[in-house]
Write a protein that binds this ligand. Structure first.
Ligand code: SF4
Ligand code: SF4
Length: 77
């Protein structure tokens, strides 16, 4: 498995406060501000859909509990 596809990140759309700390911190540059306001009135971040390395940096910098989930895919045996 290629390192650039080792992870999968899910943003909880309505929990995101749009601070973009995750966008600035992501080494793969696969997160970006979305174009839609969530119910808190913030432009929630969206994932490009591929390229996540599963490093977890976005999870650790996010100040909003539950806003980001990172799943690391297991390599095939
Ligand atoms: S886990 Fe790492 S590579 Fe994936 S979106 Fe978060 S910061 Fe970017
Ligand atoms: S760090 Fe968390 S709250 Fe800030 S933009 Fe990213 S997902 Fe949203």
């Amino acid at each position: 498995m290629d390192v650039s596809d080792r992870g999968d990140v899910v943003i909880a759309f309505h929990l995101c406060k749009g601070c973009e700390l995750c966008v600035a911190s992501c080494p793969a540059k696969v997160l970006a501000r979305g174009a839609t306001l969530n119910r808190q009135g913030y432009y929630a971040v969206t994932y490009a859909g591929s390229g996540c390395r599963g490093c977890g940096v976005c999870f650790y910098v996010c100040p909003e509990p539950g806003a980001i989930t990172v799943r690391v895919k297991k390599a095939d045996a």
